[in-house]
Write a protein that binds this ligand. Structure first.
Ligand SMILES: NC(=O)C1=CN([C@@H]2O[C@H](COP(=O)(O)OP(=O)(O)OC[C@H]3O[C@@H](n4cnc5c(N)ncnc54)[C@H](OP(=O)(O)O)[C@@H]3O)[C@@H](O)[C@H]2O)C=CC1
Ligand SMILES: O=C(O)[C@H](O)COP(=O)(O)O
Length: 477
């Protein structure tokens, strides 16, 4: 019989009054891992009400007192590292080594968040800086919490991306409501067990499981939610921003990150970075390299090098640390296959790949991809890499910017002036010079522009986005 997991409702692990559960299947073991609760709207109401009540006392604690709970949480995660990593591996099919890295990175992120919050401080200002203003007006600017933060995370980093929202929310003095991705919810539950075990005040945090399509709108539109931090697809993000009214929103969404390869690039470095960037976790990363825009002058050499390395990628079971693992669902694999089929039908060259076993798609490299092909523009979230050959840097920039997305972009060249010129011309949250796109290190700002997001994450910016300035003016005699 599969294990039934309870939801964490206002400080208590509970079975939902809905009497409905959702079965979570492993995307690679193809067997049920357990059942999670489909919580009701009435339970959402109770949890948000309790969060609102618990928040002022939490905010009244000192930063160090709040930090002590979070540091204990990080310790608990590391103490349960093996079990948590195995859960992540089984539930979302991330390979064993990467699943373990996710847990360690999360503990590091939580500890860093505590340290960052301890070192952040307000400021003061005198009125005489403005014409006609008086020195006797002393403005004290403090950062105060927003209230109840709603954290919604995607499947691909079920522990890390959730903690990257919950930790800054709590350190900034907020209560938190956490809605994990359904595929990823068991990992989320185990992560919250580690947090609950710290003795966190009851009600301050709830973990609400259930399909986003059923409870998502209700959560988003709830009048007592004061801020929403969302990571997921552009489609869901847009929907959410249409539903939420006058609530601060941070959205980290999809991407179509280009790797722009100039004719003077170091092809060994470039090839290795593109392979790691495009294919780790089978391309199921928002920051994956999702297209290569390469100078025609070096395209043959680059493609030959990429082919060699793609064919050396291990394919199969996450438990064997395969680089290429089954995708999150059969539907996701159908989506990727459709992009490959469309490109091949329109004349792309299959360099290697295009083999499929159920939801396992072999790493696929396509050359001579042209702008009429879907794979030139659509985010696959899978292991397919299109190569588009360009005549000039100007053409590469133009193609990079024609995408609706703008998360990150990589530029490979040995000419730093040229790299900076290209970086200046590409519309993206981050440009990586001679490196693959990636979110970390987590103290860096992380943001997308255009359809890739709104607002900024990264530890410091997340704390800022989950708090606001409050000005007290002392009118001195
Ligand atoms: N820029 C970034 O930082 C990142 C972006 N992503 C992007 O996320 C996508 C993959 O993740 P995936 O999990 O499939 O994304 P989804 O958008 O499908 O889901 C993300 C979260 O939103 C929830 N959700 C669904 N419908 C609603 C709703 N109406 N209201 C509120 N919440 C809702 C989901 O719940 P449920 O699971 O129950 O449907 C899940 O928790 C890719 O596009 C990827 O690029 C991923 C990671 C990082
Ligand atoms: O979810 C994602 O894909 C990320 O936020 C990217 O993180 P990474 O660059 O560390 O894989």
């Amino acid at each position: 019989m599969s294990q039934i997991y309870q939801a964490y409702l206002a400080g208590h692990w509970q079975t939902s009054a809905s009497n409905q559960t959702i079965t979570i299947e492993s995307p690679w073991q193809h067997q049920p891992l357990g059942e999670i609760q489909a919580v009701t709207q009435a339970e959402v109401d109770v949890c948000i009400k309790q969060a609102k009540q618990a928040q002022p006392a939490w905010a009244a604690l000192s930063n160090s007192e709040r930090g002590a709970y979070l540091n204990q949480w990080a310790d608990n995660l590391l103490a349960n590292k093996a079990e948590l990593a195995e859960t992540v591996m089984n539930e979302v099919g991330k390979n064993a080594a990467d699943a373990e890295k996710e847990i360690v990175r999360t503990a590091d992120l939580i500890r860093y968040t505590v340290q960052e919050a301890l070192h952040m401080h307000g400021e003061s200002v005198r009125g005489d800086g403005f014409p006609g203003g008086s020195k006797n007006k002393l403005g004290v600017i403090e950062r105060v919490p927003l209230g109840v933060v709603l954290a919604i995370s995607p499947f691909n980093y079920p522990v890390n991306l959730a903690a990257a929202k919950i930790a800054p929310a709590l350190m900034a003095g907020n209560a938190a409501i956490f809605k994990p991705a359904t595929q990823g919810a068991i990992s989320g539950i185990k992560m919250i067990q580690a947090l609950a075990a710290t003795g966190l005040p009851a009600g301050l945090l709830s973990l609400l499981t259930g399909h986003g399509s059923q409870i998502g709108d209700y959560l988003t539109e709830h009048p007592d939610i004061n801020m929403i931090s969302f990571t997921g697809s552009t489609q869901t993000g847009k929907h959410l921003s249409a539903k939420s009214i006058m609530v601060p929103l941070v959205l980290e969404l999809g991407g179509k990150d280009p790797a722009i390869v100039c004719s003077d690039a170091d092809l060994d470095v470039t090839t290795a970075d593109i392979i790691g960037g495009a294919f780790s976790y089978s391309g199921q990363r928002c920051t994956a390299v999702k297209r290569v825009l390469v100078s025609e002058r070096v395209a043959d050499d680059l493609v030959a090098g990429l082919k060699k390395q793609v064919e050396a990628l291990t394919v199969g079971s996450p438990a064997d640390n395969s680089k290429i693992v089954p995708l999150i669902s059969e539907k996701a694999a159908d989506f990727v296959q459709d992009l490959i089929d469309d490109a091949l039908a329109k004349g792309a060259t299959l360099v290697t790949g295009n083999k499929r076993e159920g939801n396992l798609i072999y790493p696929t490299l396509l050359d001579h991809v042209t702008p009429d092909m879907k794979v030139a523009w659509i985010e696959p979230f899978g292991p397919v890499l299109p190569v588009i050959r360009v005549e000039s840097v100007a053409e590469a920039i133009k193609l990079a910017n024609q995408s609706k997305f703008g998360l990150q972009a990589s530029v490979f060249t040995q000419d730093l002036d040229k790299a900076l010129r290209i970086a200046g011309g590409v519309e993206a949250g981050t440009i990586q010079v001679n490196g693959r796109p990636e979110r970390g290190p987590d103290n860096f700002p992380f943001l997308g522009v255009k359809a890739s997001g709104m607002g900024t994450q990264g530890v410091h910016n997340s704390i800022l986005s989950m708090s606001r300035e409050k000005l007290t003016v002392i009118n001195l005699k």
